[in-house]
Write a protein that binds this ligand. Structure first.
Ligand code: FES
Length: 69
């Protein structure tokens, strides 16, 4: 599905960029060009980015390593 019509960027493009390490909207803007036109896609692009980051946190649970005093 196209998220950014101005730049022909899809949700899959955004998911791929997020999985490759994009952590915020600025990173998506510089990598993909999303939200660099009219800007109406900013909110949806951010939601997709945060969704991927949430999924990654669930998939990679934090490991607790106790520190000996
Ligand atoms: S729809 Fe993304 S900048 Fe216009």
């Amino acid at each position: 599905m196209y998220v950014c019509v101005c730049n022909a960027i899809t949700d899959k493009d955004i998911r791929r960029a997020a999985e490759a390490g994009a952590t915020d909207l600025w990173a998506l803007q510089s990598e993909l060009g999303v939200a660099t036109g009219c800007g109406s896609c900013k909110e949806m692009a951010s939601e997709i980015l945060h969704d991927v980051r949430r999924q990654r946190q669930v998939a990679q649970p934090q490991v607790y390593i106790p520190v000996m005093a």
